[in-house]
Write a protein that binds this ligand. Structure first.
Ligand code: ADP
Ligand code: ZN
Length: 602
């Protein structure tokens, strides 16, 4: 066993160029090398691939990787080949000659890794091929696809239960980033992995900084966020509507950003083209509806911005999780306001589906709203939602970095509730504020609202703060939005104790935060030599273009950053950079060091 661990560490360093395993990669690899099965639940970016790649190299025979994401196989295989690993894929995009060649290599035990689509694996021809070859292990990637409860269900995954029957002595590893209990149990059952060693990692993504700001002027807020924190970074911006993705992308282009829209209404070619540019070029921003993202494996997405509220915490976590897979600092940034609540409620009302389904959706939206409004640590709340305990303060979310001021909003809440009541719960937020603030517009006199007891009682509170009060009352369920009456605000049962003076309410003081420290975060270390950084990126771009692979396949940003600070001048020093294995040292070392030497000489 000890020699196995030494072997796997050696491969980690010489082939992948990484110094250490991340926990629990080492134990997972040992399990497989010893011929045992494993179930791995690890968040996106946790480092699942190494868990089956290294044992495939170490064990006799070829590792078979079952993956539903055909579009990504090519990139995964290219990346492994650059490391000197003998990898291939079998899927419907190959011609016959290539297929036959690969089958021959497998039979002759000339492969370390073979990626196969599930539908392909289920063909008799493939199963026969596999039984005639030496197989190191089976890796079932995106294993939650076997669950019928999930949205990603693939019927081909059900047949994977024949693997243990046909190949009882070959170890299997199932991997996913989906954490919930129901899916986990279904995976264990359907893939017959009840006896597998289970490795369940924390779902925390400590490098992602969570922030949610009040929506005011979306474009100005977005522009300032991008300029300050991500001027040259790749990122994803999510919007609810197709039209808005186009609008924001066009507008960002006029501001000098490389932004492209992505939604289901674009034709296939445009979609493929925009996705390819996002992967292969640097600093591309995709402005997308949720149609974008599944299976996007780009490690250096530096930010995910939400311009509209996601419907559930699950979607929020999944979408924000596409940032920072490489472990470097990344932002999850969102703007949110009362209109978002109204819009989502409307969409839900209009959607088809049973009452029960609607109630469940409603419930999930409320959890999301609660998450937006909290004044305590966001990470803590996010993890708690997924059943994980964490220490209270993460120091990397808005509420930890700049604690939100609260104020006693009991009196204001009572005014807000009673003005809605006295106007018969027939008016929207703007008119209610007009009444409270003694406006003299026509609508007031048209309805005689100047005679109400509420008229003018809220003059001390300004417009924005009133909006904030109403939003918080709706988000917390004291009021509801009447969708049949164009967003009229109505009272909910929950507000009675407040009106009776039996309950006090603390509200967020949205705009003002107690700044503890100034903390603009950029992806570049502060002391980095920007000119050298750019020169190294250019060198990487040229190699990537020549090979037709995304730049991060050559080197990750973190490796380039290390080059900037360590300034390696010899092959030995170059090999010390994290992410530089033997193959990459030989292939790229001279060119990158030439850039460094030239730069330091001048
Ligand atoms: P997942 O499949 O879990 O989303 P990946 O396998 O794609 O994650 O790994 C995420 C990133 O982390 C990759 O860029 C990978 O190269 C890097 N990585 C994985 N393991 C290590 C390690 N031990 N040391 C440094 N980087 C690692
Ligand atoms: Zn926090």
């Amino acid at each position: 066993m000890e020699s196995d661990s030494i072997g796997s560490r050696k491969i980690l360093q010489s082939v992948f160029g990484f110094h250490d395993f991340r926990s629990p990669q080492g134990e997972i690899i040992d399990t497989l090398v010893r011929g045992k099965d494993a179930l791995v639940l690890m968040p996106t970016g946790g480092g699942k691939s190494l868990c089956y790649q290294i044992p495939s190299i170490l064990r006799e025979g070829c590792g078979i990787v079952i993956s539903p994401l055909i579009a990504l196989m090519q990139d995964q295989v290219s990346a492994l080949r650059l490391l000197g690993v003998k990898a291939e894929f079998l899927n419907s995009t190959l011609d016959l000659a290539s297929t036959l060649n690969i089958e021959k290599s497998l039979r002759e035990n000339n492969l370390d890794l073979l990626y196969i689509a599930p539908e392909r694996l289920n063909q008799t021809r493939t199963l026969k091929l596999i039984s005639q070859s030496k197989i190191a292990l089976f890796a079932i990637d995106e294993a939650h696809c076997v669950s019928q409860w999930g949205h990603d269900f693939r019927s081909d995954y059900l047949n994977l239960s024949l693997l243990p029957e046909m190949f009882p002595d070959t170890p299997r590893i199932a991997l996913t980033a989906t954490a919930d209990e129901r899916t986990k149990n279904e995976m264990l059952l359907r893939l017959q992995l009840q006896d597998a060693h289970k490795f369940i990692s924390s779902f925390d993504r400590p490098n992602i900084r969570y922030r949610i700001t009040l929506k005011q002027n979306v474009k100005t807020q977005l522009l300032s966020f991008l300029k300050k924190e991500h001027p040259k970074d790749a990122g994803i911006i999510y919007c609810l509507s197709r039209k808005k993705t186009e609008d924001i992308a066009n507008w960002l282009q006029t501001k000098g950003f490389n932004a492209l829209p992505y939604h289901a209404g674009l034709n296939n070619q445009a979609r493929a083209n925009h996705q390819a540019r996002f992967l292969k070029e640097e600093s591309v921003i995709i402005v997308a509806t949720i149609a974008f993202g599944m299976g996007i494996d780009k490690p250096d997405v530096r930010f995910v911005a939400h311009l509209d509220l996601p419907k559930t915490i699950e979607s929020y976590y999944q979408e924000t999780g596409r940032a920072g897979r490489d472990g470097q600092p990344a932002s999850a940034w969102m703007v949110y306001g009362l209109q978002d609540i109204i819009k989502l409620r409307q969409m839900m009302e209009g959607s088809e589906g049973s009452e029960e389904h609607k109630r469940a959706e409603h419930h999930r939206l409320n959890a999301m709203l609660g998450f937006c409004e909290i004044t305590s640590c966001r990470r803590h709340a996010l993890l708690a939602y997924f059943g994980e305990e964490s220490q209270h303060s993460c120091a990397n979310c808005d509420n930890c970095l700049e604690p939100m001021e609260t104020w006693d909003g009991t009196e204001a809440a009572r005014m807000a509730l009673s003005v809605a009541y006295r106007t018969e719960q027939r008016f929207g937020v703007n008119h209610l504020i007009d009444v409270l603030r003694e406006s003299t517009n026509d609508k007031i006199f048209q309805f005689g609202h100047q005679n109400l007891a509420s008229y003018g009682i809220g003059k001390k509170i300004d417009n924005n703060q009133w909006r904030s009060v109403f939003r918080q009352l709706v988000a917390r369920g004291y009021m509801s939005v009447n969708l049949e009456r164009y967003g009229a605000l109505a009272l909910e049962e929950k507000c009675r104790p407040v009106l009776r003076g039996e309950e006090t309410i603390q509200l967020r003081r949205d705009i003002k935060r107690k700044t503890i420290r100034q903390h603009t975060q950029t992806s570049l270390a502060a002391d980095i030599d920007v000119a050298l950084w750019e020169a190294l990126r250019e060198c990487r771009r040229l190699f990537a273009e020549e090979l037709g692979v995304p730049p991060y396949v050559i080197f990750h940003d973190s490796s380039l950053q290390e080059m900037c600070s360590m300034l390696p001048q010899s092959m030995e020093e170059f090999h010390l950079i994290n992410g530089v294995g033997e193959r990459k040292m030989e292939k790229y070392g001279p060119a990158f060091m030439a850039v460094i030497i030239e730069h330091t000489a001048s």
